[in-house]
Write a protein that binds this ligand. Structure first.
Ligand code: ZN
Length: 427
């Protein structure tokens, strides 16, 4: 081996070492970080297996389906579990709740809440002060759809070592891929965190969730996340909440939950106004504005503000058994409160709305033929929403082509003028 090859070799070795310290743009060197606590947390495979086994043990209460979608070779599968205890009452007269967990890969704790909640609903697990008789009475009038792990592909990346990954399996943030105010970028935009995708609903996961919303037409939507303790209502893309009585009811409901289950520690308010940054293209803004879900929320169930920003597992997930159980049980209790009080909050909204406008007419009040295929009103709004986006694009194209034409016109005039000058000079 010649002496000239030595510097090259050391350069290659150094580069390799540097590369191994950088995981997907995140430099993890020089700081200690917590690995996934395998003794507390299920792997994605074992969690899904447990959910499926649970459904298998309780077919009278739980059913499930795995919904798949594909875009340019990228495939996503989402498991949806439905709790529906009394089938004699039609779904469209029941109170409908849609809960999604694990939209961001690194927030493992949220999917653990989903599993525990399903175990409570099937009476395999109980929490303190839970009265099963009254719970069953409440549950008879509900249909609850639970998505335990919305972002399975992203979660797999986290499990393979990229502990800070929140996006899906091809780098898109599923909570920026919806159509309300899609694609707008703030000054501090970080593609690692917030890549909105190539278009609204470009991602199979988002397409599946939208379809599920359209067919189910929930009265309550909760998008469950971690990173802090908060209960957010719309809007995420503005620092205000919507106007009107329905918005006041949403806030009152969150204040009540905060008092009962978060010891008033949780931040309550609009996502955009409370979290410290605006978020564009989020699920909850879509659910409220387009799908017309009257009570649309984002819950942030745990955050370790002391953790280093590189120590993602610790920042987003409890790492000791006591906190792990406390967080899960507290938030399961909060969901049980929602199951109990949700219909009453909705009645308040309805009675006020009936006397004012038809903004919040529930799907229950639609003629039957309109129910086929889901919420037409939401779909109409969506069409308008996309129509506006297209109009804006056409207007921009029109402006650009007008400027180009003007430019060509001006150059032609100046050319013919100079030709005129030249011909007059030659005379
Ligand atoms: Zn999140």
């Amino acid at each position: 081996m010649g002496s000239t090859s030595l510097p090259w070799l050391s350069f290659l070795l150094l580069s390799f070492l540097q590369l191994s310290w950088v995981v997907n743009g995140r430099n993890l060197s020089g700081s200690s970080f917590t690995l996934i606590k395998r003794d507390l947390y299920h792997s994605s495979d074992s969690l899904i297996k447990e959910v499926k086994a649970l459904v298998g043990r309780h077919p009278e209460r739980l059913t499930m389906e795995t919904v798949s979608a594909e875009n340019k070779g990228y495939i996503a599968d989402i498991l949806v579990v439905t709790y529906n205890h009394v089938k004699e009452i039609a779904d469209n007269v029941k109170f409908r709740i849609l809960l999604s967990f694990g939209q961001h890969g690194r927030e493992l704790i949220t999917s653990e809440v989903a599993l525990r909640l399903l175990r409570i609903l099937s009476e395999e697990y109980t929490i303190p002060n839970l009265d099963l008789v009254s719970l069953n009475n409440i549950l008879e009038k509900l249909v609850i759809k639970v998505v335990p792990m919305e972002n399975l592909n992203g979660r797999k990346l986290v499990e393979s070592g990229d502990l800070c990954e929140r996006r899906n399996g091809r780098g898109v943030d599923l909570n920026r891929n919806w159509s309300v105010d899609w694609g707008k970028k703030e000054k501090d935009y970080d593609p690692y965190e917030e890549n909105p995708g190539s278009a609204p609903f470009s991602e199979p996961e988002t397409q599946i969730m939208r379809k599920l919303t359209q067919s189910f037409s929930p009265h309550i939507w909760v998008n469950v996340h971690s990173g802090m303790e908060a209960m957010f209502m719309p809007y995420d893309h503005r620092n205000t909440t919507p106007d009107g009585f329905a918005s006041d009811i949403m806030r009152a409901m969150l204040e009540d939950l905060n008092h009962r289950h978060c010891q008033n520690r949780c931040l309550v308010g609009s996502g955009g106004g409370s979290v410290g940054y605006l978020a564009h293209g989020t699920s909850t803004d879509y659910m409220y504005d387009i799908a017309k879900v009257p009570m649309s929320f984002t819950f942030e169930i745990f955050g370790d503000s002391e953790a280093s920003s590189k120590d993602c597992f610790k920042m987003f997930n409890p790492i000791d058994l006591a906190t792990f159980n406390r967080v899960i049980n507290n938030w399961c209790a909060a969901f049980l409160t929602i199951f109990e009080t949700g219909p009453r909050w909705l009645d308040k909204i309805r009675s006020e709305v009936l006397s004012n406008s038809d903004r919040w007419v529930s799907i229950d009040s639609y003629p039957d033929e309109e129910l086929v295929g889901g919420n037409n009103k939401g779909r109409k709004m969506e069409v308008i929403d996309f129509g506006m986006q297209e109009l804006r694009t056409y207007f921009r194209l029109f402006l650009v082509s007008s400027v180009l034409l003007l430019f060509m016109f001006c150059t032609r005039i100046s050319k013919s003028k100079s030709r005129l000058l030249l011909s007059s000079a030659s005379l």
